[in-house]
Design a binder for this molecule. Structure first.
Ligand code: DOR
Ligand code: ZN
Length: 367
């Protein structure tokens, strides 16, 4: 990674100093290992935002109805590809949505496709469009065995769905009650613990073997749960897993800046219309695609760890999925830009995170 600007190489201890000023960052083009793009008209708006920055993205399958078969995933991929702006080379990689009834042979089809690289475990009802998810992990053991055998990655939404578990404890309880036993039962299964939000999840990944990794979102790195209630209820900060207390945010920052290759970028950018966010029972999801890389850069910079951003954003995820890194590079410039207040979206508005606010890092070439 090239870092230009005012650096003090003679003082290596400054390598972690937040005061170090650099003006541009050139990195291998990053990938987004956790992205929601929805379908139909939504694709027109959101696909160009991700394609402007990321080389590849792992597309989440929680449409309604969900993407449960390889045939559906391949057709969905074509619909996404049709919305990639000319001149950009964005590659959607696909995932299947596991249900209680997924047949193990579907895993063979996914593997053979070459573009379905993962299957997603949503505990039933845990999040947006998760009502078709898995009601008990035991029910999908034959599917997990097949995934372990064929090397298809399991992506996990790691939250307990037990109704008596406090919403802020759901991830920790999931680690104890579900994920730990699952990792023990399937030691060869490659698992990505998606959008981790707690110190316990980061620690679980740290002490697990090479088969267990985690994605971390920009919003969980940047905000704690106070953001949800700053002066009133802030629906655009509501996502699942919900933002956690500051000590957990600090633990996530430590994990991603540690250089451990099993932590990597997954934005979980999740568009919803303003109408469905700003209502009595609003949807979970933060729309971050247009600003995510700038947010990550801000978070790494605040930790004095800009030199660790490239591995997190561009190298670690590809390596975990057994893919080569992208061949081209991007440059981020230190140049404040204003996040639009909204985008026109599906006959309504799409309000991005930090709408109307400023981001300190801008993708060179972006207007
Ligand atoms: O906040 C979230 N939004 N979390 C998820 O797990 C799903 C996502 C969505 O699809 O909107
Ligand atoms: Zn998600």
């Amino acid at each position: 990674m090239l870092v230009h600007g005012t650096i003090h190489p003679q003082q290596p201890e400054l390598a972690r100093s937040p005061t170090r000023e650099v003006s541009t960052l050139t990195l291998v083009r990053p990938d987004d290992w956790h992205l929601h793009v929805r379908d139909d008209d939504a694709l027109d708006v959101v696909v160009p935002h991700s394609a402007a920055c990321f080389g590849r993205a792992l597309i989440m399958p929680n449409l309604r109805p969900p993407i449960t078969t390889t045939v559906q995933a391949l057709a969905y991929r074509e619909r996404i590809l049709a919305k990639v702006p000319p001149g950009l080379a964005f590659e959607p990689l696909m995932s299947l949505y596991l249900t209680d009834n997924t047949p193990p042979d579907e895993i063979d089809l996914a593997k053979a496709s070459g573009v379905v690289i993962a299957a997603k475990l949503y505990p039933a009802g845990a999040t947006t469009h998760a009502e078709f998810g898995v009601s008990a992990v035991d029910l999908i053991h034959p599917v997990l065995e097949r995934m372990e055998k064929l090397g298809l990655v399991l992506c996990v939404h790691g939250e307990s769905i037990a109704p008596d578990v406090d919403i802020f404890d759901r991830e920790r309880v999931f680690v104890e009650k579900t994920l730990s036993p699952l990792v023990r039962h399937f030691p060869g299964l490659k698992i990505v613990f998606e959008h981790i939000t707690t110190a316990e999840a980061a620690q679980f990944v740290r002490v697990s073997g090479a088969n267990v990794a985690a994605t971390v979102t920009a919003h969980h790195l940047f905000y704690n749960r106070n953001a949800l209630f700053a002066g009133g209820v802030r629906p655009h900060f509501y996502c699942l897993p919900v933002l956690k207390r500051e000590s957990h945010r600090q633990a996530l920052l430590q994990a991603v800046c540690s250089g451990n290759p099993r932590f990597f970028l997954g934005t979980d950018s999740a568009p919803h219309t303003a109408r469905t966010k700003e209502t009595a029972c609003g949807c979970a999801g933060c729309y971050t695609a247009p600003l995510a890389l700038g947010l990550y850069a801000e978070a790494f910079e605040a930790e004095g760890a800009l030199d660790r951003l490239e591995a997190f954003a561009s190298l670690n995820g590809a390596a975990f999925y057994g893919l080569p890194p992208n061949e081209d590079k991007i440059t981020l410039r230190r140049e404040s830009w204003k996040v639009p207040a909204s985008y026109d979206y599906c006959g309504d508005k799409l309000i991005p995170l930090r709408a109307g606010g400023a981001v300190a890092w801008k993708l060179a070439g972006d207007v």
